[in-house]
Design a protein around this ligand. Structure first.
Ligand SMILES: O=C(O)CCC(=O)C(=O)O
Ligand SMILES: [Fe+2]
Length: 156
């Protein structure tokens, strides 16, 4: 559970910094204060790729976020969502995330069928525990944790 106390000057603080969740999916309940911000991963009906928008708080609704492990397994077809949360100076806020992750000893890598279709893997295999440790040591740096497994093509 996340608790965000009120902050006298929300411009000067961060509720939770920009990050992507590391697992497969996160199911999140937010209260009616709202404050979850996401960066659009593609152009679409909500705006242009790269823009930050606030996810409205809808009573009874669950927010489903894609995590890095699903991006890796799908070889980048499903993109983990970069997100963060802001505070307000009038209301404290609570959110409850439920993280669905691979087991720590599970090796994660693009699925063979997806590699066959795409022609090459964009991510190398790693133990989920190693991915988690790396991401947690790095902290909230957007989607930088994926660089740990990204296969970069050699420059000619
Ligand atoms: O409070 C929120 O809306 C987001 C929380 C979050 O991103 C997290 O716990 O990973
Ligand atoms: Fe998160």
């Amino acid at each position: 559970m996340n608790y965000y106390p009120t902050c006298p000057d929300p411009e000067l603080t961060v509720g939770i910094g920009k990050h992507s969740d590391i697992g497969i999916l996160t199911v999140l309940v937010q209260d009616d204060v709202g404050g979850l911000l996401i960066k659009l991963q593609e152009d679409g009906e909500f705006g242009k790729k790269g823009e930050w928008i606030q996810v409205p708080s809808i009573p009874g609704a669950l927010v489903i976020n894609i995590g890095d492990a699903l991006q890796i397994l799908s070889n980048g077809k499903y993109k983990s969502v970069e997100h963060g949360a802001r505070t307000t100076n009038t209301q404290s806020r609570v959110s409850v995330p439920c993280f669905f992750t691979p087991g720590l000893m599970v090796k994660i890598a693009p699925l063979p069928k997806v590699i066959n279709k795409d022609g090459k893997a964009k991510y190398k295999e790693c133990l989920f525990q190693d991915y988690r440790n790396h991401a947690f040591a790095q902290g909230c740096k957007g989607k930088k944790s994926l660089d740990y497994v990204k296969i970069t093509s050699p420059t000619p």
